[in-house]
Design a protein around this ligand. Structure first.
Ligand code: ZN
Length: 121
């Protein structure tokens, strides 16, 4: 039905407007995930071998282009802030995915332009 289609387009357009308006790009964002690891050292006489290694150390794990992977040692005292920055990144990414999904739906319906411009007559 044409009416339902128009209503759907209007609805998606409204969702898109609200979503785009609410998207913020925080300066404090970080991509990747945190991991904690204990590491046994090379010294055979060190007590770390009996207590599961030194640490735990905090690492930021990231995947880059061509499946390159890095692990970067992070300051433990910043764990909370790092978690917040990681969450900021995930939220922004989620919002962008949603916006893209709405635009795809609008394209399929032949409704609002994905660029956000008004449809010309
Ligand atoms: Zn050790």
């Amino acid at each position: 039905m044409a009416v339902r289609r128009e209503e759907r387009i209007r609805c998606l357009g409204e969702r898109r407007r609200k979503l785009a308006k609410g998207i913020r790009v925080p300066q404090g964002l970080l991509r990747g995930s945190l991991a904690e690891r204990r590491i046994e050292c090379a010294n055979p006489g060190c007590g770390c071998h009996s207590r599961g290694g030194h640490g735990p150390y905090l690492y930021l794990s990231q995947t880059h282009e061509k499946q390159r992977h890095t692990c970067t040692l992070m300051p433990r005292e910043l764990k909370k802030e790092i978690r917040t920055a990681l969450a900021n990144y995930r939220k922004l990414k989620r919002d962008l995915y949603r916006l893209s999904d709405i635009n795809l739906e609008l394209l399929k319906l032949g409704g609002l332009r994905p660029s956000g411009e008004k449809k010309r007559r």
